[in-house]
Design a protein around this ligand. Structure first.
Ligand SMILES: NC(=O)c1ccc[n+]([C@@H]2O[C@H](COP(=O)([O-])OP(=O)(O)OC[C@H]3O[C@@H](n4cnc5c(N)ncnc54)[C@H](OP(=O)(O)O)[C@@H]3O)[C@@H](O)[C@H]2O)c1
Length: 347
């Protein structure tokens, strides 16, 4: 017996992945509405957001996915029914599912990997109604709209884990971020809130201006200045930066090593130029540097991050939001690289 389920419609809209040559395409379907099992809640997804990973999954670059998989890891909405034995949530609560369904607290375990939403065999959030285990949800702060909250589960939490949980970033530190996408701009906002200075690399001078308006200490056009490690060192009195969100991968890692200050930390996060890096790590040894491999975060970390975002009045940067029927246009916009911050789909 589920509470409040009686008033719900019997069907719901969803997107499901349809196999193509080497990848998938989006297929819009009308599904039977799921029913929450014991310990699960039924969530009405009100907004979802896209990450670069979603593009890799659609293109088949992260391995095979189940035919009919519901895509996208990041969403937020409202509890509309609760299954038996649910104790934490009530109908009407505003919540977001966590990226790794089973990573609630403590250290990461490899067993959590296969249950990353919207990839492999684990259905994601691009559906009106989804059933979610009650431990796999976090409360959305009242200060954030549901669209803003839908940008947090992957991009924001990755920046948080890299900079705060692992990186211990503090006032006086200097951060380098690559590009002006989701992870990069959350990194800038978190660093600014703790009193650290951020240098933003961007291929667009217009986006550099927007990054400066958001609080970047300096920006460098990495297309016009391919040896961007040189100006980054100049901007830091020849010392280099203390923290780097490494989003490029094989083609950017060597420059990141050169831009890193003695004792600094590189958070290895991204794969824009492929999977890697393939770098010679001798310089890292010479400067007593550290590489943190960073993989999103837990529900416990998500809750701590939300408290921080509220305390520092940080609002996610949303470039554009799309209607549910425009999901393909949202993917196309992500692929174009025109966006600044996050792209959202309203359900
Ligand atoms: N390890 C994890 O847990 C984790 C979590 C989230 C994301 N990621 C990875 O982190 C990266 C960022 O993800 P995202 O979702 O934030 O991406 P995104 O929002 O799609 O960011 C796109 C922007 O990144 C910049 N960019 C693209 N290629 C670049 C390059 N070669 N060098 C520097 N900047 C480049 C461009 O900014 P400009 O237009 O300003 O040049 C582009 O507009 C991706 O590789 C993603 O797979 C990993």
């Amino acid at each position: 017996m589920t509470r409040a389920a009686a008033s719900l419609s019997a069907t719901c809209r969803a997107y499901r992945l349809v196999p193509t040559d080497g990848g998938s395409r989006l297929g819009q379907v009308e599904d039977v509405a799921p029913a929450p099992g014991p310990g699960e809640v039924l969530l009405r997804v009100e907004a979802a957001s896209l990450n670069y990973r979603d593009l890799l999954i659609l293109r088949g670059q992260l391995g095979a996915v189940r035919e009919g998989l519901i895509p996208l890891s990041d969403g937020a909405g409202r509890v509309v029914a609760t299954g038996r034995e649910v104790t934490r949530w009530r109908v009407g609560d505003r919540v977001a599912p966590i990226f790794y369904r089973d990573w609630v607290a403590g250290a990461y375990r490899e067993a959590y990997g296969p249950a990353a939403l919207g990839g492999g065999d684990a259905d994601g959030v691009l559906a009106d109604l989804i059933a979610v285990p009650e431990a796999s949800l976090v409360r959305i702060p009242n200060e954030l709209s549901v669209e803003e909250a839908a940008t947090l589960p992957c991009a924001a939490l990755t920046a948080w884990q890299a900079l705060v949980v692992r990186g211990g970033i503090a006032a006086g530190d200097t951060l380098l971020v690559q590009g002006t996408g989701g992870v990069a701009l959350f990194g800038l906002q978190i660093a600014r809130a703790v009193g650290a200075r951020t240098i933003v690399l961007s291929s667009s001078d217009e986006k550099r201006e927007r990054a400066e308006a958001l609080g970047a200490f300096a920006t460098v056009n990495y297309r016009a200045t391919p040896d961007w490690d040189v100006p980054v060192r100049k901007l830091t009195d020849g010392l280099g930066v203390s923290h780097i969100l490494e989003l490029g991968g094989p083609d950017t890692f060597d420059r990141s090593l050169r831009a890193l200050a003695a004792g600094g930390r590189i958070a290895q996060i991204g794969v824009f130029t492929g999977f890697g890096p393939r770098s010679n790590l001798f310089r890292l040894q010479q400067i007593n540097g550290t590489i943190d491999g960073v993989n999103v975060g837990s529900a416990e970390q998500f809750e701590a991050m939300n408290a921080f975002l509220v305390a520092h009045r940080i609002k996610p940067v949303i470039d554009r939001s799309f209607a549910f029927d425009e999901a393909q246009a949202a993917y196309d916009e992500l692929a174009s690289g025109r966006h600044f911050g996050k792209l959202v789909i309203r359900l």
